[in-house]
Design a protein around this ligand. Structure first.
Ligand code: HEC
Length: 122
């Protein structure tokens, strides 16, 4: 292996490791038992989208760490009031304008936060 190949190999390996270590773990949804299968299929799509959007727009301020484990907070249903969240505190007013997180995206994020498995659940 000549020198430049070695450099490229080391760089790629390092990048892969960084990506693997910082990748967010998927949190399973916890839908009500009574939810009908075809409804569930649609909710899973919305939930998955919400999880990605949450990781992009909210996780930076809201996730906590427990050792190496990343904890997404369990918000109470009455804290998840779509639009009101936008203006509930100065941090949100400055960092969540609807040009950054649209009304539709906020709704999708609410689906993720409402149905994500609780941290207490095993
Ligand atoms: C710049 C930092 C920041 C970002 C980004 C942010 N938040 Fe917050 N959020 C806060 C702070 C600070 C509070 C108030 C203290 C707390 O509850 O942690 C808060 C409170 C909340 C609450 C509780 C509101 C209440 O009235 O009880 C919810 C729900 C919430 N945020 C959801 C979100 C969602 C969803 C996003 C992404 C779309 C988000 N936050 C993005 C900083 C942020």
């Amino acid at each position: 292996m000549n020198h430049s190949y070695k450099t490229i190999f080391i760089t790629l390996t390092t990048l892969l490791l960084i990506v693997a270590c910082t990748a967010q773990k998927y949190i399973e949804p916890d839908f009500p038992e009574a939810m009908l299968p075809h409804v569930k299929t649609e909710y899973v799509k919305r939930y998955d989208q919400g999880q990605i959007l949450y990781n992009m727009s909210c996780a930076g301020c809201h996730n906590k760490k427990d050792g190496r484990k990343i904890i997404v907070p369990d918000f109470e249903p009455d804290q998840l009031r779509g639009y009101e969240i936008r203006v509930s505190n100065a941090q949100h007013e400055q960092n969540m304008p609807d040009t950054l997180v649209t009304e539709e995206e906020l709704g999708i994020i609410m689906t993720f936060l409402s149905y994500k498995k609780k941290n207490s659940a095993k």
